[in-house]
Design a binder for this molecule. Structure first.
Ligand SMILES: Cc1ncc(C[n+]2csc(CCOP(=O)(O)OP(=O)(O)O)c2C)c(N)n1
Length: 680
């Protein structure tokens, strides 16, 4: 009886605003607990807790158009705590994105638009893939970086790039190092249009945060240079509104609003417990929760009709916002036709005509140069016609040759700058780069030593998963870096990067291949590309003697074929080991052994070629020997069980590199003896 009486207000013909707000908020709670229950897996607690925040953001503060999730000037929203995906799916469904109630009901099922964690490109309105905690914070910062950069370059009166980036993060997010790296970067850059919310609910999987977490997160973010506010109760919509208004007003610092919430809000037995985090509440508890929240119907996935109408207003509001922007853009375009065309080009991801003509040609006059040096020359040559290419390094600009000479630095005082100083924050750099690429209008590159790709690997994996166009410049690519020793000498990194699906690794053998590698990196749009480059000088390869470097586009090509007849053996190498393979070929020829040398800068590209081409490079029945200064793991696929993979399956050492190559058997003699053994 009590229950029936208490729900009366939902049915009264006119709801007060407070009642309507509550019905809208409860819609998220119901959808979240029911979707998780139906899937028998998922995370109901945080969506239930943060329902008021999502409601406030998606219907009152964010400028977004559910009917066009790709509107260029939309606000960006990142749910960094991706496990709370039902919060985002509910808000997207309720505001009227192309997501149906049936999609919500198919949460976590095969082929549904509502996977366990938000996946970019899969669900309309999802701006990035989240789930690995902390990454989303970095992504949001990258989006704010891209916005600030494009605004600085293109805005006139009127401004055309002018939007906020919002994110929600959880305890796990703020504990992760990647978020700290990125937040420190954002604070230093004073990214004033970035507004984040930290769900301070004191609960993680193992229980109360007091088990492990005593930071004063607010003070920490203040120390990073953020503007920090506190909201004592996420259900206090007035306080939330006020904090958001203040966060918008503060434009010289990123904002963090620390919001207290109760995980599993409304659940009589599970609220404020870790049990509400990652498991269905259970049918009985859901019933009790709905009664406790005074939901007027126990019907699963119930949304009060008035609440749905209220949420769906965002379709009109958003369409109007975009319509107004379209007019603004038309005015802008009239006054600034060239700028507008350039902005349109960049947002469409097209490249300027004629940029490829700037790719340098290397000749004997260039002498023997390291591929990192060649890369720097290529970057600087093409930079004028690829203005969207912006980036830098994690404090290794000089060593990685990634400075665009004469271009200003990207800094709080100059967001138009193109040279980025990511600081010694590789992981943050990776996450920020993903956000930049996801925003659009820029092509980010980021550099460090190949060994430290390990420090950013989770972001590299996500770039691959999200098919993002980001370019990694990884130098000091082997024991060839010499004296710094085994801590700095990559061994397994090439193989482990190659193991990431949709990752493209290119390890060029000389300056000409390096130019080709950059051409590919700029035009390959469906995933990240890692350019793997040497510290040490490489022999100049005379392309009038050897095959043209354009073979890089096929991943592998016959660089130097056997003279006097079909090859008896194929020696495959990459990067700095091509020189060794060519020397071995010469010795073998003197011994009457016909060896072909194949340069294989990219296994991934070679795999994409048709059978006939692959056969033309690596003929069946001809034995193979490979040589690469790294783990042999990725090579057996190419040399087979009858071949030999020469590499390093142990750590390096500190010594001049020529000595290391000798000590570790990366020598022409070793290739010759391996060939002799397989041919015999
Ligand atoms: C990098 C990473 N490590 C571990 C996990 C597994 N995991 C998912 S949620 C979570 C912590 C949950 O606590 P919190 O972040 O406070 O989220 P809440 O319980 O408030 O929803 C963990 C460890 C993850 N998703 N990402």
């Amino acid at each position: 009886m009590l229950y029936a009486a208490s729900v009366l207000f939902y049915f009264s013909s006119v709801m007060t605003q407070a009642e309507l707000d509550l019905a809208c908020i409860d819609a998220i709670r119901v959808l979240s607990m029911d979707a998780v229950q139906q899937a028998d897996s998922g995370h109901p607690g945080t969506p239930m807790a943060l329902a008021p925040l999502a409601y406030t953001l998606f219907t009152k503060h964010m400028r977004h158009n559910p009917t066009d999730p790709k509107w260029a000037n939309r606000d960006r929203f990142v749910l960094s705590c991706g496990h709370a995906s039902m919060l985002l799916y509910s808000a997207l469904y309720l505001t009227g994105y192309d997501l149906s109630l049936d999609d919500i009901k198919a949460f976590r099922q095969w082929g549904s638009k509502t996977p366990g964690h938000p996946e970019y490109g899969h669900t309309p309105g999802v701006e990035t893939t989240t789930g690995p905690l902390g990454q989303g914070v970095g992504n949001a910062i990258g989006m704010a970086v891209a916005e600030a950069h494009l605004a600085a370059l293109f805005n006139k009166t009127p401004a055309v790039i002018d939007h906020h980036t919002w994110f929600i993060c959880s305890d796990g997010d703020v504990m992760e190092g990647v978020a700290a790296e990125a937040a420190s970067f954002a604070g230093h850059l004073k990214l004033g249009k970035l507004i984040g919310f930290y769900d301070d609910n004191n609960i993680t999987i193992e229980g109360d945060t007091s088990l492990t977490f005593g930071d004063d997160t607010g003070k920490r973010f203040e120390a990073y240079g953020w503007h920090v506010q506190h909201v004592a109760d996420v259900n206090d919509l007035t306080a939330l509104d006020a904090a958001i208004a203040e966060a918008k007003r503060v434009t010289d610092k990123p904002s963090l609003v620390i919001v207290k919430s109760h995980i599993g809000y409304g659940s009589p037995h599970k609220q404020d417990t870790a049990e509400a985090h990652g498991a269905p509440l259970g049918a009985d508890e859901i019933k009790l929760t709905k009664e406790n929240l005074k939901i007027p119907s126990l019907e699963p996935f119930y949304v009060a009709p008035d609440a749905l109408v209220c949420w769906r207003k965002q379709r009109d509001v958003g369409a109007k916002q975009q319509g107004e922007w379209n007019e603004t853009f038309a005015t802008y375009k009239k006054a600034n036709p060239e700028l507008a065309a350039e902005l349109e080009r960049r947002l469409a991801g097209k490249m300027q005509d004629g940029w490829e003509a700037l790719l340098p040609t290397f000749t004997a006059q260039n002498g023997n140069i390291a591929s990192r040096a060649a890369s720097g020359m290529v970057l600087n040559a093409i930079a004028p016609k690829v203005p969207e290419l912006i980036g830098g390094s994690a404090d290794l600009a000089g060593s990685t040759n990634t400075i665009i000479k004469g271009a200003p630095s990207f800094a709080a005082e100059n967001y138009a700058g193109r040279n980025f100083h990511f600081g010694i924050r590789e992981h943050g750099m990776g996450a920020v780069m993903n956000g930049m690429a996801l925003h659009g209008g820029v092509t980010p590159y980021g550099a460090t030593f190949l060994i430290f790709s390990d420090y950013m690997r989770p972001s590299v994996r996500l770039a691959s998963l999200m098919h993002q166009h980001v370019i990694y410049v990884y130098t000091h690519d082997s024991i060839g870096l010499g004296e710094d020793g085994p801590t700095h000498q990559p061994i397994e990194q090439l193989s482990t990067l190659r193991a990431i699906p949709n990752m493209m690794v290119i390890r060029p053998a000389d300056a000409s291949e390096t130019a080709e590698a950059w051409r590919i990196a700029l035009t390959h749009r469906t995933g990240p590309v890692a350019l793997v480059l040497t510290r040490q000088k490489l022999d100049f390869l005379d392309r009038s003697v050897y095959a043209p470097a354009s073979g890089v586009t096929k991943g592998a090509y016959v660089l130097s074929d056997s003279a006097n007849g079909a090859p008896q053996v194929v020696v495959i190498a990459t990067g700095s080991e091509i020189g060794i393979a060519l020397k071995a070929q010469k010795t073998l020829a003197e011994q009457g052994v016909r060896a072909r040398v194949v340069s294989m800068p990219s296994m991934e590209l070679f795999e994409q070629q048709d059978e006939a081409y692959r056969e033309s490079v690596l003929p069946k029945g001809v034995k193979r020997v490979s040589i690469e200064a790294g783990a042999t793991m990725s090579w057996y696929k190419w040399v087979g069980h009858e071949g030999v993979a020469i590499g390093l399956d142990h750590f390096g050492a500190s010594a001049p590199y020529q000595e290391l190559y000798k000590q570790f058997g990366l020598t022409p003699d070793h290739v010759v003896s391996a060939v002799t053994s397989v041919v015999a």
